[in-house]
Ligand binder design. Structure first.
Ligand SMILES: Nc1nc2c(ncn2[C@@H]2O[C@H](COP(=O)(O)OP(=O)(O)OP(=O)(O)O)[C@@H](O)[C@H]2O)c(=O)[nH]1
Ligand SMILES: [Mg+2]
Length: 351
C-alpha cells in the first residue's frame, strides 16, 4: 500500500515525510524526484501485547509513503502545466494526502483556501486530460472500424467528462459495476481517497472555517505542525512522552495523521502473538479469515481450517490467552468470518 504526499511548493511535505518515515531528506529546497520510504503504523495495542508476551521481536504494520515534489501552479518553463508532471507520480499510489501551508515561514502570507482550490482543480484537470484522450481514441476507433470494442465505454467516459467539467471529483460519482471495471485501469487521481493535512505554525491551529473548507474536499482532515512533529519523532520514546505530557497531549498529531491515512485506505490491523513474535498485519476492512491468513502466508490461506480469534479488549481484560480461553473468549471461526480491527488470530491449517 502506498500513500502519496502532494501539495504546492514549500508546504512542508518533505518535513512531514521525514517525520513519518524517519528519513532525512533535505527540506526547504524543492526537487523534482519523489522520495519513497516505509513508515510503520504506530499501534499502542501492539506495545501492550509486547509487554504481555515478551516476544523476541515486535513487528509493526507498515505502508509506503511517496513524497511527491510540489508545484507552483500555472505553467512551467516548458509551457506545460507543471502540476501534470508531478501529479503523474500520484497515479501509482493508493491514496493521496494533500499538505496545505498555514504557516508563513518566510514564504509569504499563507493562502490555505487558495491551495485547496488550486489542488482540487489540478487533480480534476489532470483526470480530464486522460478522459479526453480516451474519448478521442474511441472516436478514432469508431471512424476506422465503424464500432468501438466495448460499446459501454463511450457513454461511461462522457459521464466522467461531464462530472469533471462541473469541477467535481470522480469519487463522488456512483459507478455501476460495468463502469467500475472500465475506469479501474486508468488510475484516476480524483477517484483515490484524499486526506488533507493542515500544516500550521506551532501553537497556531487553523480556524474552524478552514477546517470546514478542508473537510469539504478531503475524506479526513488533520491539523499539525510538521516541523514540531519532525523534532518530536527524533526524540527517544521516554523524552517524547514527557514532552507531550508537558503540553497535555496524549498522542502526537502525527499518529492521528497516520491512522487517518490508514483509515482512508480502508485498512485495519490484526495481530499474531507468541513468544517469538508479536506482529501487526494489514488487511482491508471486511476481509475474511482466510484472506487474513493469506497475508501471513499463502499456505495458511490454501490450507485454512479455522481461526482462533480473541478480541484485543478481551485478551487485555483476561490478562493472558490461557485466561481468555478459560473464560470462553477465544472463538473458533470459519471461512466466512470477517476480521475485526484488533483481532488476535491464530490460524489452524493443513497443507
Ligand atoms: N514554521 C513552520 N515551518 C515549516 C513547517 N513545516 C515545514 N516548514 C519549513 O518550510 C520549508 C519547506 O519545507 P519542505 O518540507 O521542504 O516543503 P516541501 O513541501 O517538501 O517543499 P517542495 O518539496 O519544494 O514542494 C522548510 O524550510 C521547513 O523547515 C511548519 O510546520 N512550520
Ligand atoms: Mg519537498
Amino acid at each position: 500500500m502506498q500513500i502519496g504526499i502532494i501539495g504546492m511548493k514549500f508546504t512542508g511535505k518533505t518535513t512531514l515525510f521525514n517525520a513519518i518515515t524517519g528519513a532525512d531528506q533535505p527540506t526547504g529546497q524543492g526537487g523534482v524526484e519523489p522520495h519513497r520510504a516505509v513508515g510503520k503504523i504506530p499501534d499502542q495495542r501492539l506495545e501492550r501485547l509486547t509487554e504481555m508476551f515478551k516476544p523476541k521481536r515486535t513487528v509493526h504494520a507498515a505502508v509506503e509513503w511517496v513524497d511527491i515534489p510540489g508545484f507552483a501552479g500555472g505553467t512551467g518553463p516548458d509551457g506545460g502545466r507543471e502540476a501534470v508532471r508531478f501529479l503523474e507520480h500520484g497515479r501509482k499510489v493508493d491514496a493521496l494526502a494533500q499538505v496545505v501551508r498555514c504557516f508563513d515561514g518566510g514564504y509569504g502570507a499563507p493562502d490555505p483556501q487558495g491551495e485547496l482550490e488550486s489542488m482540487a482543480l489540478e487533480l480534476i484537470l489532470t483526470d480530464l486530460q486522460v478522459v479526453e484522450n480516451r474519448l478521442e481514441k474511441l472516436a478514432k476507433d469508431k471512424a476506422r472500424m465503424g464500432k468501438v470494442a466495448n460499446p459501454l465505454e463511450p457513454p461511461c467516459f462522457e459521464r466522467l467528462k461531464q462530472q469533471l467539467e462541473n469541477d467535481r471529483p470522480l469519487r463522488e460519482l456512483e459507478l455501476n459495476p460495468d463502469e467500475q471495471k472500465i475506469v479501474s485501469g486508468f488510475a484516476f487521481l480524483t477517484l483515490k481517497p484524499l486526506m488533507v493535512v493542515l500544516n500550521h505554525a506551532e501553537g497556531e491551529p487553523p480556524a474552524p472555517e478552514l477546517v470546514a473548507a478542508a473537510e469539504a474536499v478531503g475524506a479526513e482532515v488533520v491539523a499539525l505542525c510538521a516541523s514540531m512533529e519532525e523534532e518530536l519523532a527524533q526524540l527517544a520514546p521516554e523524552e517524547a512522552r514527557e514532552f507531550l505530557a508537558d503540553l497535555g497531549i496524549a498522542e502526537p498529531a502525527l499518529v492521528r495523521m497516520i491512522h487517518a491515512a490508514y483509515g482512508a485506505l480502508n485498512l485495519q490491523s490484526f495481530f499474531t502473538v507468541g513468544p517469538d513474535e508479536c506482529r501487526a498485519w494489514t488487511v482491508r476492512k471486511g476481509a475474511t479469515a482466510p484472506e487474513a491468513a493469506g497475508v501471513i502466508h499463502s499456505d495458511l490461506q490454501r490450507g485454512f481450517i479455522r481461526a482462533e480469534v480473541t478480541a484485543y479488549d478481551d485478551l487485555i481484560t483476561s490478562g493472558s490467552l490461557a485466561a481468555a480461553k478459560a473464560a470462553n473468549l477465544v472463538r473458533l471461526e470459519g471461512k466466512a468470518y470477517q476480521v475485526h480491527d484488533g483481532d488476535i488470530i491464530e490460524i489452524r491449517f493443513s497443507v
